[in-house]
Design a protein around this ligand. Structure first.
Ligand code: 5AD
Length: 359
């Protein structure tokens, strides 16, 4: 068996069957995969970890995704929107702490006031940080005009997870209507590319009904779309969502984490110079989750800079860690993860994916 793993890892390009085999590795064989990914990371992107300060701007959402805790239909959470001052203060915290960039994330909304406010915030952040702080947006599907306006106002990168690349599976985890169409999500990614953003996407791993073949297709999708950044992590069930009814069919959480780490390692080997996030969902399952993701090829972390009083209302999944922490505590725990992995923090640099510069 060990010889077989080595043989796959030596290949120039993986075929789908190789991917399925790699995703099924366990124990020492899986470790061989992680070691290879770390070798590729060290060679192509180095051992610096880029910080992207995450600002969870608002949990209002027009969508009703079956997996997500802040879906429109969940009455449990108090809905909030940060004030402009709160967003700017969080951005300035990132700037003062010499982060390369921030991520503004929110439930999906398209109304004109929302679009205007984001545009205003982008301009203000750009002005107050001498254009030095880069901004990534993670605000869901928008019109081409909106993407353009935000780009012109100072946004550089955009994260839009495809969630699952299989359209049939997409239908099973979303309501069947125009607002939740897989095709529209793909169109969104294409528009973002056209508009000139550095484009990031990602998937959830360990969803009900999802197979290793689906995950292999997700990896091929990332490669074929030639993305610049990836953020993906384990699916974690949330009791106030429709998918919770399938909890008995899920892999144990630890296996979902292992699978996520293998996804990170494989995509690092496949797309050597992209940016890959060590996501919070991994840390939720294992206190060493983020550290292990760094050792499997990830090179980005997203310290949560949302003011603590709002954090408990932005629970996309259960047991999200660091809910009571302020930004300083969050940074401390991440610095510990990074040191434990033997990496260093890339302060004062944007940390653009080399992949994008090449394009
Ligand atoms: N478990 C894990 N990730 C989730 N997301 C939403 N709900 C869950 C969940 N229950 C992810 C989605 C979304 C991102 C912001 O959070 O992939 O794109």
């Amino acid at each position: 068996m060990v010889k077989r793993v080595w043989e796959i890892l030596e290949k120039e390009a993986f075929e789908k069957a190789d991917l399925v085999e790699l995703l099924g590795l366990e124990g020492e064989d899986a470790q061989e995969l992680f070691d290879k990914a770390l070798e590729v990371k060290t060679k192509y992107v180095g051992r610096k970890v880029w910080f992207r300060g995450l600002i969870e701007y608002s949990n209002y959402c027009t969508k009703d995704c079956f997996y997500c805790g802040i879906r429109k239909g969940n009455q449990r959470y108090q809905r909030y929107e940060l004030s402009e001052e709160e967003v700017i203060e969080a951005a300035l915290f990132a700037y003062r702490n010499r982060f390369g960039s921030i991520v503004i994330q929110s439930g999906e909304r398209n109304n004109p006031r929302f679009v205007d406010t984001i545009e205003y915030l982008l301009k203000e952040i750009s002005r107050l940080t001498n254009r030095e702080l880069h901004v990534t947006l993670s605000l869901g599907e928008q019109s081409e005009e909106t993407y353009l306006r935000w780009k012109e106002a100072g946004a550089h990168r955009y994260l839009l997870r495809i969630e699952v690349s299989n359209p049939e599976l997409y239908k099973k985890i979303h309501p069947s209507d125009d607002l939740h169409a897989w095709e529209k999500r793909i169109d969104g990614l294409k528009l973002l590319r056209k508009t000139g953003y550095m484009v990031g996407t990602g998937v959830m791993i360990g969803l009900p009904f999802q197979t290793l073949s689906d995950l292999a297709d997700d990896l091929l999708f990332f490669r074929d779309f030639d993305v610049d950044m990836i953020g993906m992590g384990p699916y974690i069930e949330h009791e106030d969502t429709p998918l919770f009814q399938y909890r008995d069919q899920l892999l144990p959480l630890t296996e979902r984490l292992e699978l996520s780490l293998k996804m990170v390692a494989i995509i690092r080997i496949m797309m050597k110079d992209i940016n890959i996030a060590a996501t919070t969902a991994m840390q939720t399952i294992d206190p060493r989750g983020r550290e292990r993701a760094l050792l499997a090829g990830a090179n980005v972390m997203m310290p949560n800079l949302t003011p603590p009083k709002y954090k408990e209302n932005y629970l996309l999944y259960k047991d999200k860690p660091g809910i009571a922490d302020d930004a300083v505590q969050t940074l401390q725990s991440m610095e510990a993860n990074i040191r434990a992995a033997g990496d260093e923090i890339g302060y004062g640099e944007w940390g653009d994916p080399r992949h994008f510069k090449k394009a």
